[in-house]
Design a protein around this ligand. Structure first.
Ligand code: ZN
Length: 364
């Protein structure tokens, strides 16, 4: 059992100042335990300095304390009172193990909070302790606690329609972006996949049928990582110039070879050069995907320029066009991802983006 006595043996450090109509009275204990005294003094000095910086005429700072000590422990409450434009009172506490010569926190004192029950709502954290015939409830504002869980997120997740894909939970109220890479796979695909994987994001690859066989390992890895594959024709002919049979062959052969080497059947189609006519539209049931932002990575050598093109005017729902066939693109992507993450974007595949857009239409 801890038995504390309010003890008068300790010394008190007192500082009283009245300076230009600013009133300061500081009282704090000197315990002759170096570590403890140093910590208290440091805290008091900080409070004092802070107050001096912010005080106005007729301001007051008052620090007082309570002190309890037994053979093993010292327990101190520092009470800080500040009156400037408005009044503010708060405490700092120190609990010190004299024998072990260290500070203890609440986890060291109470065994796992076993008999303290708690609940939480949007604003408060509540504790309950059951006494013999009643219980004591206390509340604490969440904003003043170092919560380890995100309460806001839990709340929004409950009230929104969400879309689940690839073990990802996507909230239609967030901002989304889809990176797309054409003309691959290539010798740069592996390093590009690594960049995506390192950043824990997915993209969509519009690939050419004639490259599937040689790069089938890369494609399988890409799918395993959660990326999406789309059809970009067999050998990049300008499709609007082809007759119906040739056009159909370009699309179908690509579907077939992707299926053969990966087991995956694309649902997306990006026409070469972004050129569409009625023939192209009618050639398959695939979802035709163009883009809203062209990075021009095929045209410009400068990584910075590609990064700028991708990030400058970006908005929710954009589809960014890049190419898997340039080393500079891989370098640019390393910069583009953190910039867009900082702007609050979540990266999704094109099919995920489509699903989110459907949910939004459904909600509105
Ligand atoms: Zn292309």
């Amino acid at each position: 059992m801890l038995l504390f006595v309010g003890c008068a043996n300790e010394k008190i450090n007192t500082i009283i100042e009245e300076d230009n109509n600013v009133f300061i009275s500081l009282n704090y204990p000197i315990t002759n335990i170096k570590k403890l005294d140093k910590k208290i003094k440091k805290d008091v000095d900080n409070i004092y300095d802070d107050f001096k910086k912010n005080c106005i005429k007729d301001s007051e700072l008052n620090i007082d304390y309570t002190y309890n000590k037994n053979n093993n422990y010292i327990s101190i409450v520092l009470k800080i009172y500040i009156n400037t434009n408005e009044k503010k009172e708060y405490v700092k506490t120190y609990f010190y193990d004299i024998n072990k010569n260290k500070f203890l926190d609440i986890n060291d004192i109470i065994d796992g909070y076993k008999n303290i029950y708690f609940s939480i709502d949007n604003e408060y954290f509540y504790t309950y302790i059951n006494n013999d015939s009643n219980y004591i409830k206390n509340e604490y504002q969440l904003k003043n606690l170092n919560l380890k869980i995100n309460i806001e997120k839990i709340e929004t997740k409950k009230t929104n329609i969400l879309y689940e894909s690839n073990n990802k939970v996507l909230n239609p109220k967030d901002k989304f972006i889809a990176l797309t890479f054409d003309d691959g796979p290539s010798i740069y695909s592996s390093s590009l996949l690594k960049v995506l994987e390192d950043n824990n994001i997915n993209a969509t690859f519009f690939i050419l049928g004639n490259k599937v066989k040689i790069y089938n390992n890369v494609l399988n890895q890409s799918l395993k990582d959660g990326n999406e594959l789309g059809n970009h024709s067999y050998n990049h002919k300008w499709l609007i110039k082809l007759d119906e049979d040739d056009l159909k062959t370009q699309i179908d052969d690509t579907q077939n070879i992707i299926k053969q080497y990966t087991g995956y059947t694309p649902t997306l189609f990006r026409p070469t050069y972004g050129s569409i006519n009625d023939k192209v539209k009618k050639a398959s049931d695939l979802d035709i995907v163009l883009w809203t932002i062209d990075t021009l990575d095929w045209k410009y050598n400068s990584v910075n320029r590609i990064v700028n093109n991708a990030t400058k005017r970006v908005k929710d729902g954009d589809i960014i066009l890049m190419h898997e066939t340039y080393k500079r693109t891989v370098e640019a992507v390393k910069q583009i991802i953190p910039i867009l993450k900082n702007k609050g974007f979540t990266f999704v595949t094109v099919s995920e983006l489509r699903e989110i857009q459907k949910l939004r239409n459904y909600e509105s």
